[in-house]
Ligand binder design. Structure first.
Ligand SMILES: Cc1cc2nc3c(=O)[nH]c(=O)nc-3n(C[C@H](O)[C@H](O)[C@H](O)COP(=O)(O)O)c2cc1C
Length: 151
């Protein structure tokens, strides 16, 4: 059976969405079956149906979640302990080092997914504005780790 992976993006101006689309293509090229969604298109229960998750999320305001991520993030913080005990995850955070709270929203996702029982399959990457090359490299590596993993 083809291994499924959910790719979620939190974005305001589309950078995270474009990277999520790159991840979707890489996943397909590596034999995975990806589903890509904005964070306002899924619920906690729908995430729970998956075993594999990549989060791509930017930071806005003063270290805040982007608009389309706010509700899902809040719901995730309120989820029961162990909600994601069957979930392997990895987080790509987008931000700008000109801000004090660099990549804070991605850091929050990385923390809350672990707190709720998720298994971090690769260390988070925190990307500054010139992120293209390192983001692509991280995505390739991370998708490779999902491919190798049992779940
Ligand atoms: C008004 C504004 C506020 C921002 N606040 C932060 C911030 O607090 N921390 C950070 O790391 N990046 C911050 N950023 C940078 C964005 O996260 C970055 O531009 C990112 O690539 C946007 O991705 P998106 O198009 O997916 O939303 C901010 C950008 C703008 C325009």
């Amino acid at each position: 059976m083809t291994k499924k992976i959910l790719i979620l993006y939190g974005t305001e101006t589309g950078n995270s969405e474009l990277l999520a689309m790159d991840a979707e293509k890489m996943a397909k090229d590596n034999g995975l079956e990806p589903t890509i969604n904005g964070m306002d298109e899924v619920s906690v229960a729908e995430i729970q149906e998956h075993n594999n998750l990549i989060v791509v999320c930017s930071t806005w305001g003063d270290g805040e979640q982007p608009d389309n991520a706010i509700e899902l993030y809040e719901a995730t913080t309120e989820a029961a302990e162990g909600t994601f005990s069957n979930l392997n995850f990895a987080v790509l955070a987008l931000g700008d080092t000109a801000f004090d709270l660099f990549c804070e929203a991605g850091i929050q996702w990385d923390d809350v997914l672990e707190q709720k029982g998720g298994n971090r399959i690769n260390d988070r990457i925190d990307c500054d504005t010139d992120y293209d090359d390192e983001a692509e490299e991280w995505l390739e590596e991370t998708i490779g780790l999902f491919v190798e993993n049992e779940a």
